[in-house]
Design a protein around this ligand. Structure first.
Ligand SMILES: *[C@@H]1O[C@H](CO)[C@@H](O)[C@H](O)[C@H]1NC(C)=O
Length: 260
């Protein structure tokens, strides 16, 4: 594996302040989603982002992040990967995360790749049906794996932060550029996994980027404490990293080295 399975640290976090302005919608197959649309004056025509969330799913922080991508010009769709069974923020110590993935809280609502892959395909189809011709994807923690897995289904460019559960073969198979934001302290994406990922990325011959942030832990880009300067800085940098990456690969028409 190029990153380990999720663990308790996957839900620890702080609520961010703000009023989400997107809408909760239902797409194909009854899948719930959150849609943030850009202001007409800034909209990148025909370009959109699939937001593949952490295990807390569609919640205050992810909604605000999607709104922020929209304010940068991108239509942004967050998918409910969990059929209404997202994990709670700051779950209790006895929350069995691997059991939740295997079976869901009810025992009959698994959150495995067999269930989630088709949800991702529905999200990509929704974007295409609504005029998005070039699709970027951002994936946080648990969601990162599904960005990596679905380049083949039309994701042109990806950004992931503190990934979990990514298989080496999945990473090796990406067919477009990938940017990664990583935390110094992360038992799920520790130094050896980062280095392994680096070796794999070199072999893909794709454009890639890895940014490492000191002073933060797994989850920082979505759930960091905005009142702690180092955490706020890393969260904002990771967001701008994603936007610059997407802008460069999906919006900026200039080729490297060509002056316009
Ligand atoms: C989550 O737990 C941390 C400490 O572990 C706490 O500081 C934080 O306020 C909690 N977040 C929420 C939203 O309750």
């Amino acid at each position: 594996m190029a990153s380990d399975p999720p663990a308790q640290c996957c839900t620890t976090g702080f609520l961010h302040e703000g009023n989400p302005t997107g809408s909760l919608i239902t797409i194909d197959n009854g899948i719930k989603a959150y849609l943030a649309s850009p202001p007409a004056s800034k909209a990148h025509a025909g370009v959109g982002i699939l937001y593949v969330p952490d295990i807390i799913g569609i919640w205050q922080n992810s909604k605000l992040m999607a709104d922020a991508y929209a304010s940068e010009g991108y239509t942004c769709l967050i998918l409910d990967l969990f059929n209404g069974d997202a994990a709670p923020l700051n779950m209790s110590d006895d929350f069995d995360i691997m059991g939740w993935i295997a079976k869901g809280s009810s025992g009959e609502n698994p959150h495995t790749k067999e269930v989630i892959d088709p949800i991702i395909l529905s999200g990509l189809k929704y974007l295409r049906d609504n005029g998005v011709k070039r699709i970027g994807a951002v994936g946080y923690c648990f969601g990162a794996k599904y960005v990596i897995r679905h380049y083949k289904d039309g994701i042109e460019c990806g950004f992931i932060a503190h990934p979990s559960f990514v298989e080496a073969e999945e990473l090796a198979a990406i067919t477009g550029p990938l940017s990664i934001a990583a935390a110094e302290t992360d038992s799920i994406f520790p130094m050896e996994k980062r280095h392994e990922s680096e070796r794999i990325l070199i072999e893909t011959k794709q454009d890639y980027q890895i940014n490492m942030f000191s002073g933060v832990e797994h989850g920082f880009s979505v759930r960091g404490d905005p009142n702690v300067k180092v955490q706020r800085f890393a969260k904002e940098q990771a967001f701008h990293q994603a936007v610059s990456w997407l802008d460069s690969h999906l919006v900026d028409k200039r080729e490297y080295g060509v002056k316009v």
